[in-house]
Design a protein around this ligand. Structure first.
Ligand code: SAH
Length: 246
């Protein structure tokens, strides 16, 4: 009986893969992988393992999600051990839930193997804790894909007035609108903000600024990148440890 492992690949640093992911990758007959999953991971697969690339760019699906679902399903009819490898965690803006639903509807067995999400680990490698006693008691992970000037927004911007940390994924192209929106709801222009590109990899690039100047400072930053907003950003001055910083 075939099984599909919806597997988190971690954020980039190959050693942030879980032991469980490592185990299923070694036994996989086929690995269906994304752009954000570090391709070095494929070298862990056994001889003869088939690799299927279904990459997509930040939000822009080169291959529509329905087709990806179908590719996974078709492979489960062909192979015993199917690994669907996704960057970070499969359920954090990874559409892993939709893939699992598709399999459930077709009575295909699946397992979810969580991964270390970039939302927490890229800040960690930048020396930015997403919570910190006395600074931030919670953090939000928000899609930056939806334009903040959209008339009917799904994002509760008014709730972002608190000092909790906000991590925006898929938001680099909307950085200007996001920072403007946060200032409109009352955050000051000198409110701390950082952009982290290629977090946890040797090409990690961290740009620290404020809501007022981050757009200018981060204008040439490559993707994938995320945005961290909050007082916790200041802790980087003491907690910066990772030498990957370009
Ligand atoms: N499931 C993934 C997120 C998928 S959405 C996870 O849990 O990490 C894709 C977005 O994740 C990108 O647009 C970017 O904002 C962020 N991202 C993924 N890998 C990243 C990395 N190494 N450094 C910075 N941001 C990253």
């Amino acid at each position: 009986m075939a099984k599909v492992y919806l597997t988190g690949a971690g954020p980039g640093d190959i050693e942030l893969l879980t032991l469980k992911a490592f185990k299923v990758i070694k036994e996989a007959d086929v690995i269906i992988y994304d752009r954000l999953a570090n391709p070095d991971i494929l070298e862990m697969a056994k001889d003869g393992c088939e690799f299927v690339y279904v990459g997509k760019e930040d939000g822009k699906h080169i291959i529509p999600q329905d087709d990806i679902n179908e590719v996974i399903y078709q492979n489960s009819l062909k192979y015993e051990n199917v690994v669907r490898l996704k960057g970070g965690d499969p359920f954090v803006f990874g559409r892993g839930g939709e893939e699992a639903q598709y399999l459930h509807e077709r009575s295909i067995k699946f397992e979810i193997i969580p991964g270390i999400t970039s939302a927490i680990s890229a800040p960690a490698y930048a020396g930015i804790p997403v919570t910190h006693r006395g600074v931030a008691v919670s953090f939000r992970v928000v899609t930056g894909h939806e334009s903040p000037d959209k008339k009917v927004s799904q994002i509760p911007w008014e709730n972002f007035k608190t000092n909790d940390t906000i991590v925006f994924l898929m938001g680099l192209h909307n950085l200007q609108k996001i920072s403007k929106k946060l200032m409109e709801i009352g955050k000051p222009a000198d409110y701390p903000c950082a952009v982290i590109s290629k977090g946890t990899t040797k090409n990690q690039l961290v740009v620290v600024g404020t809501l007022g100047d981050i757009v200018e400072k981060a204008k040439d930053v490559p993707t994938p990148a995320l945005i961290v907003v909050g007082e916790v950003v200041k802790l980087r001055e003491q907690l910066k440890w990772f030498e990957g910083d370009a």
